[in-house]
Ligand binder design. Structure first.
Ligand SMILES: [Zn+2]
Length: 950
């Protein structure tokens, strides 16, 4: 990688300070008498290099840690590495088998063939990548206590024993249960096909269909329709069968079901007893009536050509209000009486079918399928492409944003997503429905066999559906701080609807389930309370392994029993000091699994005082406006960007890309400009520091006021992890203030003030751009590290908004006088006359600003002003119109206040324009003999004097 001179400087500065920090061990955290703050970043899975997504979340954690350190907290920021699961094992196997794709991935990461050979051993991954992650994290400036680093799985026997202890605890408390679980299965290899063991179908999962039962009138069998949306049963109008499909009659659950042959086979694979009794052709069913579940109404069986025997059961229940296929299917029949007669249906009967409204789908109304089909002009059921698009849109709007109609039983007024679970459960309880799984897409095993869904029988589950456990998780959530708060409702919602989680797998790296060793604990389940392990991970390694058992963990983490030796007591003290953690930050994808799992498990293992105190969540990352992906060629590694732009540039750029829950955009143009700007900033700090005058002027007071305001605003933003706002205030706005200050003092600032301004800015930026800040701190001769210096404290009594008004007026005067020069075509005026406004305007402008906060409607505004300004309505109307479009002026209290401000900047203006400045009150101008002065006086507004040049 070619580094230009600018980046070279960044890297030199970085390497210098990394070395100094390490020598001084400033990030090694030990218990003391300060208040602690414990932050952590979810340990990454180490089967490749760290990428830009890691960088965003990590930067947030590090900046917060650095900020809290400067606030005087004893901050712990440890880091471990996740090795649990099958990806590493599978990838190693692929290297061994010389699979082309896997070899290419490794070559793309920059490995030579010789090096790649070594990765045939899974251990090589575990040896290699954590080391590289550590390098990357250090090089981007993360202040981590590396003594506490560890890896997961039985490769780390200490951690392995910790996980086993945790699982025995969970089982003792009844939070682990045995049950069935659908998995993607290879019938040839006779084992589950993990995502990484597939030739085709990465990401495909078993999808749960609700099987609805329709007893047919006058027959001894029932039709079985499969649906993904059981909550729409209230809108059923008919059933669809394909006239030419040969369905099977099968004995299942002591009932006779009619469904496609393919569906019967699936059910058998899923462990059901299926006995085929015979077949029945679709067309034989048409015209019969069946009793629909939930609504218990007889509905007709009608022909359709979009039913597929491979999808669901080949029989579909029709909900024309919310399914475009169903609506168009009905419409086709309405338009085609011959088609009806062909199957012996009465076209009039079919025409009588009425659409039932069941869901309010926000912008799409309560008959979304009808609306989209009509609006898009879809002609018939053979326009597949348009219909697929319509289906997706209606589903998205209805399922995620829709609300069930108020008049419905059981679920009236409920969000659709929630109603789905309620209806499904109700139907199953009433024996009106059953469950079947189907793959969301084709999966092919590495052996070439097509995957199926199989129900694994003796699977172990974390019992997250347990209502008592849910209650505790809600309680834990209620008692912690969220960054941002707006995520809370969604978080509760996820806890509410979390199902039991299959916590073991048949293979992969990990820890074995202690009481059933054929199972390996899977990766989301061995990572729920490990933050507690950080408190002891640096010292536990010094104890003999045979001593590390349940007794040990019971004592250290729960205070049960007695310490075997003094070291145990020390570890217990570390835990008591550091735990619980105060801040854990992750991307919002983990909101659906890891974060709620973490809360559940904390409540199961630890007493309340050790439940998490804070969780931060950030949005997804885009690169120059596009989703980051390998196929788009914009997949950026952490090391790539850090070496290309320097660590501080990278940090300030990525944090400027987004805050709160919004997605963050990495803007490479901004990075390109920031790398130079930061060096210029560093040089300017050095150049300006400790130079200037000793006299104190009003403008010095203004700068002091601005410094203190910036401290307050930046501190407030930092407290809420709103780092983009903090950067705006402490860097961009602050720089503007500084350059204004220098202009106003004609580069002769007050020495004390400029020093305070520069020191404060370095301190405020230290968490964001730590290397530049350290360098600046040392170049201005400060002792010690800025990384552990005290965060600046605001002196609120130094903040004076009147001074801001004055400076705002000066800035505008500079512009207005320049404009007036242009207009009058006067190159060099001798005299500039500034005329103040009529006194009544001061109250008026305050009044109008206050009204504008409420309304921008001119009629309303004038209405409010009418009474008090009846004799001046003409001018009032004109000013109101102007005020709506732009700021009228500056709300000084009265002429006396404004005049004082003008007199104060008189010298500055005289120097700027090399002309004499004359300040006149409105009265003085109006009483003058000169017509032009009288006329000009009319134009003056508060804070915006009229200008006359001569
Ligand atoms: Zn296979």
């Amino acid at each position: 990688m070619v580094q230009d001179e600018v980046v070279k400087k960044h890297i030199e500065i970085r390497d210098k300070w990394i070395k100094k920090w390490q020598e001084a061990r400033i990030f090694e955290a030990n218990p003391d008498n300060r208040e602690k703050f414990f932050v952590n970043f979810p340990y990454p899975y180490v089967n490749a290099y760290a990428h830009l997504g890691h960088l965003f979340t990590l930067t947030r954690v590090d900046v917060f840690a650095r900020y809290k350190r400067m606030r005087g907290y004893n901050v712990l920021f440890p880091q471990g590495w996740h090795c649990t699961g099958s990806p590493i094992e599978t990838a190693a196997l692929r290297i061994k088998e010389r699979e082309e794709k896997q070899w290419r991935i490794m070559r793309d990461m920059g490995f030579t063939d010789e090096e790649i050979e070594r990765f045939a051993d899974p251990l090589e991954w575990v040896r290699y990548f954590p080391k590289e992650f550590k390098k990357d994290f250090t090089n981007m400036g993360a202040g981590i206590d590396w003594r506490r680093e560890f890896i997961t799985t039985e490769l780390n026997p200490y951690y392995d024993r910790f996980i086993k202890w945790q699982f025995r605890k969970l089982r003792e408390k009844g939070f682990i249960v045995k049950g069935k679980h659908p998995v993607v299965w290879c019938p040839n290899c006779n084992r589950p096909i993990g995502d990484h063991a597939r030739l085709e179908g990465e990401g495909e999962v078993p999808q749960e269909f609700t099987l609805l039962k329709f007893p047919v009138e006058g027959e001894d069998y029932m039709l079985i329709a499969a649906t993904l949306r059981p909550e729409t049963v209230f809108g059923q109008t008919n059933l669809w069968v394909h006239p030419r499909i040969e369905y099977v009659k099968a004995r299942i659950n002591n009932e006779t079901w009619v469904l496609s042959k393919e569906a019967a086979i699936k059910l058998e694979q899923q462990g059901r007893r299926v006995e085929i009794l015979g077949t029945v052709k679709g067309e034989e069913l048409i015209g019969k009536k069946a009793i629909a579940p939930m609504i218990h109404k007889a509905i007709p069986i009608l022909p359709s050509y979009f039913c597929s025997p491979e999808r669901g059961t080949g029989i579909v229940t029709s909900v024309p209000s919310d399914a475009p296929d169903d609506y168009i299917g009905l419409k086709d029949l309405w338009n085609n009486p011959e088609e009806c007669e062909k199957y012996g249906l009465d076209p009039e009967e079919v025409r009588k079918i009425e659409i039932v409204k069941i869901i309010d789908s926000k912008d799409l109304g309560d008959e979304p399928a009808v609306r989209i089909v009509e609006e898009w002009g879809i002609k018939n059921q053979h326009e597949r492409e348009k219909l697929e698009k319509a289906k997706k849109l209606v589903y998205k709007k209805g399922f995620y944003e829709g609300v069930m109609k108020k008049n419905l039983p059981l679920v009236g007024g409920m969000p659709v997503e929630k109603a789905k679970e309620v209806v499904k459960k109700h139907l199953i309880d009433k024996n009106e429905a059953d469950i079947m799984y189907e793959l969301s897409g084709r999966v092919v095993c590495r052996c070439g066999t097509e995957g199926i869904v199989k129900i694994v029988e003796d699977q172990w589950f974390l019992n997250y559906s347990n209502p008592e456990w849910k209650r505790l998780a809600h309680e834990a959530l209620d008692n912690l701080k969220l960054y941002p708060e707006s995520i809370r409702e969604q978080f509760h919602y996820v806890i509410d609807w979390l199902n039991d989680w299959a916590c073991t797998r048949e293979y992969g790296l990990g820890s074995r389930l202690p009481w059933d060793e054929k199972w390996v604990i899977e990766s989301l389940s061995d990572s729920t309370v490990y933050m507690a392990y950080y408190t002891i991970s640096h010292k536990i390694k010094e104890l003999p392994l045979e001593e590390i058992n349940d007794e040990f963990f019971d004592y250290v983490f729960l205070g049960i029993g007695k310490p075997k030796r003094d070291e145990w007591r020390q570890l217990r003290e570390e835990f008591l000091y550091w735990y619980p953690f105060d801040f854990r930050n992750s991307g919002k994808d983990l909101l659906n699994n890891h974060l709620p799992f973490m809360l559940f498990n904390h409540t199961a293992i630890f007493p309340r005082e050790y439940w998490p105190r804070g969780i931060g969540i950030n949005g997804f990352l885009t690169v120059d406006g596009e989703k980051m992906s390998k196929s788009k060629g914009n997949f950026l590694l952490m090391r790539q960007v850090v070496e290309q732009y320097g660590p501080d540039t990278t940090r300030i750029t990525i944090l400027s890309g987004g805050e709160g829950i919004d997605d963050c955009n990495w803007d490479s143009k901004l990075a390109e400009s920031m790398k130079t700007k930061l060096l210029e900033w560093l040089e300017s700090i050095e150049k300006l520091y400790d130079k200037g005058a000793s006299e104190k002027r009003r403008i010095d007071e203004w700068m002091l006021s601005r410094i203190n305001k910036a401290i307050i605003d930046t501190t407030n933003a930092m407290e809420e992890t709103l780092f983009r706002t903090a950067i705006q205030r402490a860097f961009f706005d602050y720089n503007k203030d500084l350059s204004w200050y220098l202009r106003r003092t004609r580069n002769k600032p007050n020495r004390e003030i400029i020093n305070k301004a520069l020191e404060t800015q370095v301190l405020l930026l230290a968490p964001i751009i730590p290397f530049m800040a350290e360098e600046a701190w040392s170049r201005i001769g400060k002792q010690g590290f800025v990384s552990i210096a005290q965060w600046p404290k605001a002196e609120t009594n130094a903040i004076n908004p009147v001074l801001d008004k004055e400076e705002e007026m000066v800035a505008e005067l500079l512009r207005d006088i320049a404009k007036a020069k242009d207009l009058a075509k006067i190159e060099q005026p001798r005299e500039i006359i500034l005329i103040g406004p009529d006194e009544w305007l001061y109250d008026f402008i305050t009044r109008i600003e206050e009204i504008l906060e409420r309304t921008k409607n001119p009629r309303e505004i004038i209405g409010e002003l009418k009474k008090d300004y009846a004799d001046r309505m003409q001018i009032v109307v004109r000013l109101v119109k102007r005020a709506i479009k732009q700021k009228l002026g500056i709300s000084f209290k009265n002429w006396s206040e404004e005049r004082e401000a003008l007199m104060d900047v008189k010298d500055f203006l005289e120097e700027e324009f090399k002309a004499k400045i004359v300040v006149l009150s409105n009265e003085e101008a109006k009483n003058s003999e000169e017509e032009i002065l009288k006329k000009k006086a009319e134009q003056a507004l508060p804070g915006k004097p009229a200008i006359l040049l001569r």
